[in-house]
Design a protein around this ligand. Structure first.
Ligand code: NAD
Length: 320
């Protein structure tokens, strides 16, 4: 039995507690940001408003505070949105945390001063002195995981044995783990698929979307190699695997479908998705300054088109 702390009580953090508990670990969840999730998790019946289920009674909820970290954990899991990454990196750095960390968050960060894109694990290591980082990505809808639908994910660490140790801790017969040492490739793919699923969603027929799917995979391969990941990782669960689930049905592809119909991003957001977080939009805003300046536009025409659509509110110009 291991002692696991999950930071982030949103849909994914809460869903992740289920295989961890089933594997006979002691699992604590904490929520640093959202009053709604704090209320859900601290309530007697632990009804989660986003997942629409009662979480297991065995799941411990603890208030997010310095005291929480006096307990000795074997694994700290980060399940916050990309916008919470600097906050938690800084917080754990101040506490000089040395515990093994597993990051579920998907996304990339742009370092304005250094004009560089960093993956989340690079950011933790370079900016916040956190070592011992593994990442877990792949096609995993939180609502399906809580129903124990079979799900496969990939855990990456430069030292693949460390990734395997975590796999042992958390996998069950419905939550299967694969392993990789290409931490950068896995992080890049799992982030940019949010943008490519918008592009695929823009297709106005299955034929058009299939064409966009194939061209998206070529661009993902180029970008993965550009950021020094392994091109083959594009074909992993974190690449085409996650691209499939996001393109088949998610908020990114839904937004893409409106862009494909000719709406501008602002109009589509206001008219159809005013309260939805579109992760692809957040990532587009984060990486656009770098991509526009540094990457060969001819190699990634779909990405450039989508970034212009989101950032400059232009109509999408790809054939859909
Ligand atoms: N690795 C995987 O298998 C997998 C699967 C699905 C989703 N995800 C990723 O997990 C992350 C969370 O997704 P989710 O579906 O749980 O989202 P969610 O909206 O349900 O939860 C978001 C979490 O981030 C916190 N948060 C939001 N803004 C914050 C801020 N500014 N500062 C601090 N905390 C903040 C929220 O309080 C909450 O805990 C996303 O990056 C998503 O891509 C990973």
């Amino acid at each position: 039995m291991k002692n696991i702390l999950i930071i982030g009580g949103g849909a994914m953090g809460s869903a992740f507690s289920i295989p961890c508990l089933e594997n006979n670990n002691r699992v604590t969840i904490t929520e640093p940001y959202s009053k709604k999730f704090i209320k859900n998790l601290s309530s007697k019946n632990k009804f989660h408003s986003a997942l629409k289920i009662k979480l297991p009674k065995k799941l411990r909820f603890k208030k997010f505070s310095h005291d929480l970290f006096n307990e000795k954990f074997d694994l700290i899991v980060i399940a916050l949105s990309l916008s919470g990454i600097d906050f938690i990196g800084n917080y754990l750095d101040n506490l000089k945390i040395k515990t093994s960390i597993l990051v579920l968050t998907k996304g990339l960060k742009y370092e304005k001063k250094k004009r560089k894109i960093l993956t989340i694990s690079e950011k933790f290591q370079k900016n916040y002195n956190l070592s011992n980082i593994s990442i877990l990505k792949g096609p995993c809808l939180a609502k399906e995981l809580v129903r124990k639908n079979q799900t496969s994910v990939v855990i990456a660490n430069k030292n693949i044995n460390k990734a395997k140790q975590i796999g042992k801790m958390i996998s069950t017969d419905y939550y299967l783990t694969e392993f990789s040492s290409d931490i950068i490739g896995i992080e890049v793919c799992s982030a940019i698929k949010n943008i490519y699923s918008m592009i695929i969603g823009a297709g106005q027929s299955l034929n058009a979307s299939s064409n966009l799917f194939q061209k998206s995979v070529i661009e993902m391969n180029y970008l993965t190699k550009y950021f020094k990941g392994n091109g083959e990782t594009t074909l992993s669960l974190a690449g085409v695997g996650d691209l499939y689930v996001s393109a088949a049905g998610g908020r990114n592809s839904k937004m893409g479908s409106y862009l494909g119909k000719g709406f501008t991003f602002k109009t589509a957001k206001k008219k159809f998705m005013p309260n939805d977080t579109v992760e692809g939009e957040q990532l587009a805003r984060e990486i656009a300054p770098f991509i526009f300046k540094k990457v060969n536009k001819k190699k990634i025409p779909l990405m450039i088109n989508l970034l212009r659509t989101v950032i400059r509110n232009k109509k999408l110009k790809i054939k859909v």
